[in-house]
Design a protein around this ligand. Sequence first.
Ligand code: ADP
Ligand code: MG
Length: 239
Amino acid sequence: MLSIENLEVKYGNTVALSDFSLTIRKGEIYSLIGPSGCGKSTLLKVLCGIIKYYDGQIRFDDKAFSNKDIAIGYVPQHYGLLEWKTVKENIFLPYRLNATKIVNEGEVSEIINSLEIDDLQDRYPSQLSGGQKQRVALARAFISKPDILLMDEPFSSLDTFTSEASQRLFLRLWEKYKVTTLFITHNIHEAVSIGEHIVVMSKSPGKIVYQVENPLFNVSEYQEEKLKFVASIIKKIGY
Ligand code: ADP
Ligand code: MG
């Protein structure tokens, strides 16, 4: 459904992405792993329309990709909450300029409850922990009923315990809405916990060097198999 072909992005003379191609199927979760600086955030900025100049082709359902026609949920690297707005105002911020499709009221309550932020709605972001901020950003993304959800290292600044709890909450919500997701991380364990597909990027300028389906997707009880799978990925990619 979303196909990216030979994407190249430059910042002046710096080539951030080069020869990057990836196809993303509807309703599935892709974990994209890559070392710091390889162009992961750049890719998401292209997809959500923040970066407008690039070479290569992006198509969505076989039409030229435009972030104006497609509802995009974007959870940026540091959550992107507005400090001067309450949690409630942040959640309902029409994050996309064309935010016409919003989930119904019942679904809003369900999303807020399942992310365990119902008691925080009148607070400001400065009064929240990292994990709480992150769940507010997730709620905002789900409420905008995105055709595609882009998440930029959403769990990486959380401690392991909070991160794992948030990952479980995310997967539970995803089970219900089955939103097509591109999840970015530099943590292979996290990639394996979240993704149906694991896609690995090279060092800068990033291109895809390895892609594999995750046999352990949504199977949380097999910790040992998970570690073996992580080890097999590390062996394949050599970092
Ligand atoms: P990642 O998210 O994988 O860590 P980024 O996409 O943020 O990587 O950055 C990719 C490369 O582009 C890096 O070399 C980075 O220094 C460079 N870069 C990112 N943003 C800018 C910018 N606004 N101006 C110039 N160079 C940038
Ligand atoms: Mg980044």
